[in-house]
Design a protein around this ligand. Structure first.
Ligand SMILES: [Zn+2]
Ligand SMILES: [Zn+2]
Length: 554
């Protein structure tokens, strides 16, 4: 018997779609499940990425036994480089082989070496401090999706990750319902389940419907075909390749992440491409239009994606023209609709035909609908339920589904980021809120230099530039003159003098902090000034101008 508390603290993913991250604590030890990020909304101009605020873990870094990643999607894996860099590259990370391969490639891009990544296969048992951990195979829109079961003296809790119950998945490996049912029979303490499609009645269609749908669409196309989908949707790309084979077309993969993921997928045997079918982008010109299918990133209208650049006639290898058909084998994630519509409109302007999931059955969601959420609840028979992975509305609907299948209303916890659920022998309740929010990442220190130039130009044209010149003493790092602030092209509607004064004050604060923390390295100091000022300006003006700090030592 134990009087220790189990604490489940979501740092992201509740009340929003994206940046999933959960801290599970027991007996002084921590396991983190998922380290996701979110892409900025249209208002967050100039921001590249949004991460969960993981301040809570900074103070507890030594207690982290490990990080478990459910699958390779950005909203579960994407923040890993920042988290390991801040909390320690020696923290062990676990996940399926594809997930770990994607993590490795990401960490390499961030030049993080000497990390500790371990492949785990479903059914394998892991011991991390007081936790016994088991991964359970699930189906989703990426292979190697695993739910995470964490067992302590108090019982077993299950974080489902993203799932659907696909009875006919493309790889022939349905979710391990047997294991889920066994857990239910043993008695599950807590279920934290995916709420993404809690608003959709019925069952989700199987991924394998997209294959025949794509084949039929391709059959109607006379000219070149461009298919866009998520680069990580390896089974969707497989179905594009199968349909291309039937129509005797060659396939060109365009976009860095598309090429990277398909490479990893091929290496791990998740995707099969017939010999001679893939054509390099620069060789594509040698083939007639009716013999080509281009598979491209950009299904979400992402600003620097291959499709978006094609739509803006700015792609170095692919020039679209009348007669081309662009097939969107993905639906926009909430928030991306505007960018997707803009891309589609540009494509029409060029003279392309556009086919979306509204026109043909070429897309299936990776998240289970209401009946699948109920099936999960009925299989696992949880005592307590805390819906995950959804905005407040979907969390609420998920809670209603739990009630409908007989979970006691007082045992259903509609949580939010930063609010820990605490379970002990006496019961479950929400604890005192912890800090949770967002961290913005702006600045690409990796990748294609043209990406950086484009981003800089976008930022300058939208929000202008701030230059801060700080003069500090060589002896003790203290500020020896008022910081000089110059700005150009920054839209603002406030009193300029007051704004400048406030900014100067904020810069002085940062300098004081740096002096106190003995940050003397000019690069670090400039980084700190940049981050603080960017944040300050964003909070005041809701703008993300380019910030150029210059530190002079005297
Ligand atoms: Zn996912
Ligand atoms: Zn997700």
């Amino acid at each position: 018997m134990s009087n220790t508390k189990l604490r489940v603290l979501p740092l992201g993913g509740l009340g929003e779609i994206g940046k999933n991250m959960t801290v599970v604590e027991y007996d002084g030890s921590i396991v983190v499940v998922d380290t996701g990020l979110r892409f900025p909304t249209a208002e967050q101009v100039g921001i590249d990425l949004v991460l969960p605020d993981f301040t809570y873990l900074r103070e507890r870094a030594d207690d982290i036994e490990g990080i478990v990643i459910t699958h390779g999607h950005e909203d579960h894996l994407g923040a890993l480089p920042w988290i390991l860099r801040e909390l320690g590259t020696d923290i062990p990370v676990f996940g399926g082989p594809l997930t770990m391969a994607m993590a490795r490639s990401k960490l390499d891009e961030h030049r993080l070496k000497e990390t500790d990544l371990t492949d785990v296969t479903p059914g394998e048992k892991l011991e991390l401090g007081p936790f016994d951990i088991e991964l359970v195979h699930m189906t989703h829109s990426i292979p190697d999706m695993m739910a995470v079961a964490l067992t302590t003296d108090l019982g077993t809790m299950l974080i489902t990750g993203d799932y659907k119950f696909d009875q006919t998945p493309v790889d022939g490996k349905p979710a391990d319902v047997t294991r889920l049912a066994e857990m239910g029979r043993e008695g599950l303490l807590l279920l934290c389940g995916d709420s993404t499609n809690a608003d959709r009645p019925g069952f989700s269609p199987s991924e394998s419907v997209a294959g025949p749908g794509l084949e039929a669409v391709f059959g109607r196309c006379k000219g070149r075909i461009v298919v866009t989908c998520f680069a990580s949707n390896i089974h969707r790309v497989q179905q594009v390749i199968d349909a291309a084979k039937i129509h005797k077309r060659k396939v060109v993969l365009v976009g860095r992440s598309m090429r990277k993921n398909i490479n990893i997928g091929r290496m791990l045997g998740h995707i099969e491409v017939p010999d001679g079918m893939l054509v390099q982008p620069r060789e594509a010109r040698d083939f007639p239009d009716e013999k080509l299918i281009i598979v491209s990133t950009g299904s979400q209208g992402e600003p620097l994606s291959a499709l978006r650049r094609m739509a803006y006639k700015d792609h170095p290898q692919v020039e679209l023209h009348q007669g081309d058909t662009v097939v969107f084998a993905a639906t926009p994630i909430p928030g991306n609709e505007r960018a997707v519509n803009d891309t589609i409109d540009r494509l029409y302007h060029i003279g392309c035909d556009v086919i979306t999931a509204k026109d043909a059955p070429i897309h299936a969601s990776g998240h289970g609908y209401q009946e699948e959420i109920k099936l999960m609840l009925n299989l696992t028979q949880p005592k307590y339920v805390m819906p995950f992975h959804g905005d407040h509305k979907r969390i609420h609907l998920h809670a209603e589904l739990a009630e409908a299948v007989g979970v006691k209303p007082e045992n259903i916890f509609k949580g939010e980021n930063g609010l820990p659920l605490e379970i002990d022998e006496k019961g479950a309740r929400f604890g005192k809120p912890e800090r949770a929010g967002m961290i913005y990442v702006d600045g690409v220190d990796i990748g294609d230099p043209t990406d950086v130039a484009l981003r800089d130009r976008r930022m300058l044209s939208a929000d202008g530039i701030f230059v801060v010149v700080a003069t500090i003493s060589e002896q003790d790092g203290s500020s020896v003159a008022d910081p000089e602030i110059i700005f150009r092209g920054v839209p603002y509607s406030q009193d300029a003098e007051k704004l400048l004064g406030d900014i100067r004050e904020s810069v002085n604060h940062s300098l004081e902090r740096a002096a106190k923390d003995e940050i003397r390295e000019i690069d670090l100091l400039q980084q700190l000034l940049h981050d603080d000022l960017a944040k300050f300006v964003y909070e005041r003006l809701r703008r993300r101008p380019m910030v150029l700090p210059v530190v002079v030592e005297v």
